[in-house]
Design a protein around this ligand. Structure first.
Ligand SMILES: Nc1nc2c(c(=O)[nH]1)N[C@H]1C(S)=C(S)[C@@H](COP(=O)(O)OP(=O)(O)OC[C@H]3O[C@@H](n4cnc5c(=O)[nH]c(N)nc54)[C@H](O)[C@@H]3O)O[C@H]1N2
Ligand SMILES: Nc1nc2c(c(=O)[nH]1)N[C@H]1C(S)=C(S)[C@@H](COP(=O)(O)OP(=O)(O)OC[C@H]3O[C@@H](n4cnc5c(=O)[nH]c(N)nc54)[C@H](O)[C@@H]3O)O[C@H]1N2
Ligand SMILES: [Mo]
Length: 709
């Protein structure tokens, strides 16, 4: 007899949409994963990836048992062991290292799951109590996050659900059709209502292709464009004087600053024309409501933080914030106010441990750390200093650094160290898992409990487990509970269940968290934060900065020796700014998400690989022809850091001077065992010390298989 139940879940993946899932289970087996129709932003549909979540959960490639390494590091040869043996081995190693200095142990995790329980609860408690190094989780959003905090005081923005009412939408460094697909119907609706939609992106992405206009600027030059827009807005009196006077700080200084930023100066830097820049500024200054979907593309450059800060000044200048459909949306994550201290228990830290930046993992594993010294008007100068004690053990979960971290050659050299004890907790045997001494099997979202915030909408989500764990897989929280016991950590918090931790996370008096309740969440799957239906966070100022205003001038930055006003920080590597380097490596390479992958997740599963086919390099005809490169040629992309190969697509989707390698491929599934991160660097962003994946110069040549790479 059929025994069908429908379980309420939440998509765990690193995407702004955090969808509400309905999982149909028949006699203990999940048979369907669908988007909840009653959830306002999910709206009954899922992306191309999570539609096929069953392929992930029931994949024959799953790691289902604990294993220990039996071959050389990186070979990926393992033998099955018991959980007892795996946990005992880890605990013994950690105890031995901690007896000398626990800071030699490094946790490494990012957003394999975005859940609070499986991503930032028992794991944090464990490493805090252990005294391990802290990890600065900068790989994705810290530059822009810092840019917003400086300018607006919080990671808040325009409600995605209001985008349909906007009359002008700037899609700036963002590719929503691929990476934020539930925003797209809202944009289409706005377009049907007469809105103009403009993409600002060096690449004619799936999204840019469908916009009314596409401004293909050079990578990393967004700050210059925004400064010139402000120049025009102020010069032509297209600003909201009343808003500026009441709710902003430092207008006169800003006016002075942007007076230097003529459209012609910006045109030289951005590669756009003066007409394009002036037209954009005028349109932005005269259309209401105007909203900016500001995303990650512009952040992954040396000046990424300052670029976001500069763009985030625009809506205060024109008063766009007055309207619920106006403003900027980078991230809504700051709208959520969970009690994260109750989850992560930073009070368990007893030894003032050092912090290691995850974006410079290669350096860290090879014994050095990057120190940034700010100097005005250029990216901070970085020096490498010795890291003592060295990292002796790394515990990787929710991440696949061998594939996704910049400067692969160094990262791999680090993971290959014979004296490094490496634990990887994974769903699949990733590029990173191949280097594990102990490989532990992880559950997928269908097999675990969690509670989620989102960074693109305003709903708290719950994930009820739908099926029992496959094989001997265990959730992150459970593994750290078991390890804590073996380490002799007796604090009561190490015995909290997942649901108890979720209740602790909800224990807060914060006004936006009022009315949330775990029982309701479990039953319904989601609840809206306590914010108005027509949420316009800065309609009447109320910024969360020290001054309470939108800070064109930031005393906080001044005190750190950083330019207190919006400024332009050029890319570390560009034809204009590093002409010497550009002689050898004249093309900028960017490696944004492939449509069917999610970072490196899904990039090992058959139907997704079939859809993406193989690694491609999109190259403009003007760049291809002098190099003798034709459509379909295999090409080598290289610089001093390394190289990888791909199949050329000669297309004007990539603007001249820029090549595009959609990512992130598993190295071991490509023909040459490499991917785009073989050419990316570990240099950090100005604000937030984030990764600079799209700040890299390369040369491209037809691949000669006889040349040793
Ligand atoms: N399908 C899918 N969805 C995803 C992801 C995925 O891998 N696959 N990843 C998720 C994650 S972790 C994140 S952070 C987000 C990222 O989501 P997005 O922000 O949309 O992705 P990015 O690749 O960072 O940037 C988007 C666009 O910025 C452009 N770009 C690159 N450099 C610049 C620049 O200097 N200036 C401007 N203006 N544009 C530039 C790229 O060409 C790209 O089209 O998406 C999430 N959603
Ligand atoms: N060249 C280039 N590199 C990039 C980017 C780019 O655009 N270009 N994008 C960057 C960005 S924006 C980001 S956010 C990072 C993302 O980097 P990561 O956060 O490392 O993301 P993924 O590559 O998806 O790897 C997540 C891993 O976690 C595992 N996982 C999922 N759920 C669980 C769980 O519950 N428990 C455990 N133990 N494991 C789990 C998955 O199987 C997967 O292998 O990559 C960055 N790297
Ligand atoms: Mo990301």
């Amino acid at each position: 007899m059929k025994n069908l139940t429908v379980i309420r879940g939440a998509c765990p993946h690193d995407c702004p949409d955090t969808c509400a899932l309905e999982i149909t289970v028949e006699n203990g087996t999940a048979i369907k994963v669908a988007g909840a129709a009653d959830h306002p932003t999910t709206n009954g549909f899922l992306c191309t990836k999570v539609n096929r979540y069953l392929e992930r959960t029931y994949s024959p490639q799953r790691v289902l048992y604990p294993m220990r390494r039996v071959g050389a590091k990186g070979k990926g040869l393992f033998a099955r062991i018991s959980w007892d043996e795996a946990l005992d081995t880890i605990a013994q190693k950690f105890k031995a290292i901690a007896a000398d200095n626990p800071q030699a142990i490094l946790p490494y995790s990012y957003a394999g799951t975005m859940g609070l329980i499986q991503g930032e609860s028992m794991d944090r408690r464990f490493f805090h109590k252990l005294g391990a190094s802290l990890l600065d989780r900068t790989i994705c959003s810290s530059a822009g996050g810092e840019g917003l905090l400086i300018t607006l005081g919080a990671k808040l923005g325009t409600d995605l659900e209001r985008f349909d009412e906007a009359r002008l939408i700037l899609i700036w460094g963002s590719n929503p059709i691929t990476s934020n697909v539930h925003l797209w119907p809202k944009i289409l609706e706005a377009q049907r209502n007469g809105a103009r939609v403009i993409a600002i992106d060096p690449y004619r992405s799936l999204t840019a292709e469908k916009c009314d206009e596409h401004l293909a600027l050079l990578p990393g030059t967004d700050g210059a464009l925004a400064l010139a827009m402000m120049h025009v807005l102020i010069a032509e009196e297209l600003i909201d004087r009343d808003y500026v006077e009441r709710y902003t700080l430092g207008f006169e200084l800003l006016r002075e600053r942007v007076s230097e930023w003529t459209p012609s100066r910006a045109a030289e830097i951005t590669g756009l024309t003066v007409e394009q820049i002036v037209k954009l500024a005028r349109e932005y200054g005269t259309t209401k409501p105007a909203v900016i979907r500001l995303n990650y593309g512009m952040q992954r450059h040396a000046g990424g933080g300052m670029a976001v800060r500069t763009v985030a000044c625009l809506p205060a200048l024109t008063g766009a914030w007055r309207d619920a459909a106006g403003g900027v949306l980078l991230s809504s994550s700051g709208t959520f106010a969970f009690n994260t201290a109750a989850l992560a228990r930073p009070d368990l830290i007893w030894n003032q441990p050092r912090t290691i930046n995850m974006s410079a993992l290669g350096d860290a594993l090879m014994g050095s750390q990057r120190v940034q010294k700010w100097q005005r008007d250029t990216a901070p100068v970085e020096t490498l200093e010795p890291l003592t004690p060295p990292v002796k053990a790394i515990y990787v979960y929710n991440s696949n650094p061998v594939a996704i971290a910049p400067d692969s050659r160094k990262v791999i050299a680090g993971f290959a160290r014979e004296d490094l004890f490496c634990v990887v907790h994974e769903i699949f045997q990733t590029d990173t898992a191949d280097y594990a001494d102990i490989l532990l099997p992880a559950t997928t979202q269908l097999e675990q409990f969690d509670i989620h915030r989102a960074y693109g909408h305003m709903y708290v989500m719950v994930n009820n487990p739908a099926i029992a764990p496959l094989g001997e897989a265990k959730p992150n929280s459970e593994v750290f509970r078991l390890l804590a016991e073996r380490m002799g950590f007796t604090d009561a918090c190490f015995r909290d269940s997942d649901e108890e931790m979720a209740r602790q996370a909800l224990q807060t008096d914060h006004v936006r968290m009022q009315g949330l309740n775990l029982d309701t969440l479990k039953e319904k799957g989601w609840q809206r934060l306590n914010v108005p239906e027509r949420y316009a966070p800065f309609a009447e100022g109320n910024f969360f900065t020290p001054s309470g205003k939108c800070e064109f001038f930031s005393e906080t930055l001044a005190q750190q020796g950083i330019d207190p006003l919006p400024t332009y920080i050029a890319p570390r590597e560009s034809v204009l700014d590093s002409p010497q380097l550009a002689k050898q490596y004249p093309l900028a390479v960017i490696s944004p998400p492939a449509h069917n992958f999610l970072n490196s997740s899904f990039a090992n599963l058959p139907s997704f690989l079939k859809a993406e086919k193989e690694p491609y390099l999109d190259i403009h005809p003007d760049d291809a022809s002098p190099r003798g490169i034709a459509e379909g040629d295999r090409v080598r992309i290289f610089n001093d850091r390394g190289s990888f190969t791909a199949k050329a697509r000669v297309t004007d989707k990539a603007r001249a001077g820029v090549v595009v390698a959609l990512s992130v491929w598993w190295k071991k599934l490509t023909r040459d065992g490499r991917n785009a991160n073989d050419v990316t660097g570990q240099g950090l962003t100005d604000l937030g010390a984030g990764a600079t994946f799209y700040d890299a110069l390369v040369e491209v040549a037809k691949h000669d298989p006889t040349v040793k790479m």
